[in-house]
Ligand binder design. Structure first.
Ligand code: NAP
Length: 314
């Protein structure tokens, strides 16, 4: 590899990826720059690639500031932090990390369902705080057989469905089009889906159309016994509406891996025992993060060696 090729990493994401990029390219760490403006003035001309993730990618401003940018390689499957239209317009290639993280995210969705319904985190606290000696834990809610509704039957949505089926859960879904390849029940609106399931899982891509796809109407349709699981992106859910529904008991519970303004989490949720809050760790295993890093490196190498990209988006 030509070690003079400038690669800009948008934020810290994987030490392994950082080390491997450092071996092959001239790596710039954007977050470590005292002044981004000064940094861009000095180095913009030498940067030919940006590596981003679910936290920071390449918005229009950054793309415009990098005249030699050829490729944005994202350490994520979601593309919501990249201005795809701008990339298309300027002929900048875009890659992501599909498939390698699907199992982890789907596993975590099932974990959240079990944790919320069976109160696993609360049970753990009960034991640690010595409360068991004072009495048994309250009864919880059965998971097996609950009706699972999925927004976005893509790679992750399908993997969640497959896992939930093993718990005898009837599956239904909403997406822009019915999938003839499955027997799962299709609902043509999210409200309809929410009215007909016990657990609603958000697994679609974040786009302007899916921003706040889970709103007050959907939350009310899911109802006081319903559970929301969000392993998509925070802005899929109208968070103030979610918080008030949980506080007022209009929603039964929630398992959330993602939030609207990460790492900020509404403090009203901290006191609720029917929610499980995770710090965006859907793909956060050593195995998967390394596989994602290999894919980012593979895509960059392919691009700069004029070979076909491994996982092209644009
Ligand atoms: P995917 O295979 O592309 O699936 C995305 C799904 O979103 C598709 O089934 C698509 O269905 C649906 N969709 C797109 N626009 C929609 C709309 N307007 N209304 C309803 N559904 C819509 O992607 P994936 O690999 O499953 O990943 C899905 C998302 O999970 C990613 O975009 C990312 O944001 C999130 N994710 C989160 C984590 C985490 O750590 N929590 C990790 C990885 C990924 P149709 O085309 O049929 O509408």
């Amino acid at each position: 590899m030509d070690a003079s090729i400038g690669v800009l990493m948008a934020c810290p994401m994987s030490l392994y990826l950082e080390q491997e990029l450092d071996k092959r390219f001239r790596l710039f760490r954007f977050w470590a720059q005292p002044s981004r403006q000064e940094f861009l003035k000095t180095h913009a001309e030498s940067i030919r690639a940006v590596v981003g993730n679910a936290t920071a990618g390449a918005d229009a401003e950054l793309i415009d500031a990098l005249p030699k940018l050829e490729i944005v390689s994202s350490f994520s499957v979601g593309l919501d932090k990249i201005d795809l239209n701008k990339c298309k317009e300027k002929g900048i290639r875009v890659t992501n990390t599909p498939d390698v993280l699907t199992e982890d995210v789907a596993d975590l969705a099932i974990g959240l369902m079990l944790a919320v319904l069976r109160r696993i985190c609360e049970c753990d606290k009960h034991v640690r705080k010595g409360l068991w000696k004072m009495g048994d834990f309250q009864l919880t809610t059965k998971f097996s057989g609950k009706r699972v509704g999925i927004i976005g039957l893509g790679r992750i949505g399908l993997a969640v469905a497959k896992r939930a089926e093993a718990f005898d859960c009837p599956i239904s879904y909403y997406s822009r089009s019915e999938k003839p390849s499955t027997n799962y029940k299709y609902h043509s609106s999210v409200v309809d889906l929410a009215s007909n399931c016990d657990i609603l899982v958000v697994a679609c891509a974040l786009t302007p159309e899916t921003h706040h796809i889970v709103n007050r109407e959907v939350i009310n349709a899911l109802g006081p016994k319903g559970v929301l699981i969000n392993i998509g992106r925070g802005p899929h859910v109208d968070e103030p509406e979610l918080v008030s529904a949980l506080v007022e008991g209009r929603l039964g519970g929630a398992g959330l891996d993602v939030f609207e303004k990460e790492p900020e989490v509404p403090e009203q949720l901290f006191g609720l025992d029917n929610v499980v809050l995770l710090p965006h760790v859907g793909s956060g295993t050593v195995e998967t993060r390394n596989a994602m890093a290999d894919l980012v490196i593979g895509n960059l190498e392919a691009h700069f060696l004029n070979k076909p990209l491994l996982t092209p988006v644009v």
